[in-house]
Design a protein around this ligand. Sequence first.
Ligand SMILES: NC(=O)C1=CN([C@@H]2O[C@H](COP(=O)(O)OP(=O)(O)OC[C@H]3O[C@@H](n4cnc5c(N)ncnc54)[C@H](O)[C@@H]3O)[C@@H](O)[C@H]2O)C=CC1
Ligand SMILES: N[C@@H](CCC(=O)N[C@@H](CSC=O)C(=O)NCC(=O)O)C(=O)O
Ligand SMILES: [Zn+2]
Ligand SMILES: [Zn+2]
Length: 389
Amino acid sequence: MHASANMAPSTDTMGKTITCKAAVAYEAGKPLQVIDVQVAPPQAGEVRIKITHTALCHTDKFTLSGEDPEGLFPCILGHEAAGIVESVGEGVTIVQPGDHVIPCYQAECRECKMCKSGKTNLCAKVRPATGNGVMLHDMKSRFSVDGKPIYHFMGTSTFSQYTVVHDVSCAKIDKDAPLDKVCLLGCGIPTGLGAVWNTAKVEKGATVAVFGLGTVGLACCEGAKKAGASRVIGIDIDINKFKRATEFGCTEFINPKDFDKPIQEVIAEKTDGGVDYSFECIGKTDTMRAALECCHKGWGTSVIIGVAGSGQEIRTRPFQLVTGRVWKGTAFGGFKSRTSVPDLVKLYMNKEIKVDEYVTHELPLSEINKAFDLLSSGNCLRCVIHMPN
Ligand SMILES: NC(=O)C1=CN([C@@H]2O[C@H](COP(=O)(O)OP(=O)(O)OC[C@H]3O[C@@H](n4cnc5c(N)ncnc54)[C@H](O)[C@@H]3O)[C@@H](O)[C@H]2O)C=CC1
Ligand SMILES: N[C@@H](CCC(=O)N[C@@H](CSC=O)C(=O)NCC(=O)O)C(=O)O
Ligand SMILES: [Zn+2]
Ligand SMILES: [Zn+2]
């Protein structure tokens, strides 16, 4: 960990516009441009954060590809990060300058109908703004380049030295936590763990199938192992994924390429009629169908985690559900962000969950396009970007 990276931001920028480096996505499918951007001071209910470390998630790549129906350009991507509060806007009490935080794309206001329902981790308060690349206070962006606005992304936009987020999207964490590692607790790892623990509620002795052994899938495997699953079957078309998956709790592997019949039939034959739970961690509608149909009749539950592009639809025979299978989905693993992220940081600091093992690459912001290439290379789980100080 670079000591300077955790240095508290100077206080003489409060109330002023900051010019800093950010990776801007000007067009879908095009490389990001690392340039100077202006970041306006936080307005009421907002927090300006000095991002020290950010990672790349496949959802960043998904939006950059142009397949995200909420994708707006130009924008600043990034949603898996950690940093230090530089300043806060009027009325903000959740955090204060100097606090160490993880930005949360899944906000938690604790006042809206969704937050109060007790049925979901989704929050409605700022989502209308974050889905349109702006801030709720005035439906405008805090980012600009030469006076031209740059859209926010997922209410986080962490590919920037400084970003502005809603206060309800700030999880305050232990100051002793290494920011270059816990930045990964902003998305992929909690999503996999939570899909198993919160969304599916996998019980001891259950059988589990995990489709896709990337960061999210490996976190599902770890979550299933900690839940006491009797079998954790990893499914991936890249055999290079299997050895590492063993370290995360996988007990066996299936490569669909080794079979000339539907993978769901292969899994059902190997598990006396199907698994108790399955998790789709890829983002493809055919594997989502396979994940459902490999579940056991009567009770098998499949959780969709993968993100599929606009226009993509899932299909199966209604009979699959009529005969008792359950098809669910999860966002951020069902975790209430501001409440749970600090707890996940503590679990990591107590060595009860892995984080370091997911960091396979580290690069400076100037090489973020190389980091995107790594995401597609197959041997990258998470690349941590060290932001300029
Ligand atoms: N719902 C949520 O809150 C979240 C969703 N996601 C989504 O989860 C998905 C997984 O994310 P990562 O683990 O970072 O992705 P990843 O790309 O690292 O992992 C995907 C894995 O699936 C494998 N794969 C690809 N096609 C396959 C096929 N036909 N059959 C079996 N395996 C196949 C790949 O070899 C790779 O190992 C992405 O779609 C991402 O956007 C990520 C974070 C949060
Ligand atoms: N804008 C996308 C949304 C894709 C999606 O499902 N996002 C997940 C998080 S994926 C993180 O890596 C999510 O939290 N969804 C819930 C939400 O409130 O967006 C699209 O429209 O496809
Ligand atoms: Zn993500
Ligand atoms: Zn809410």
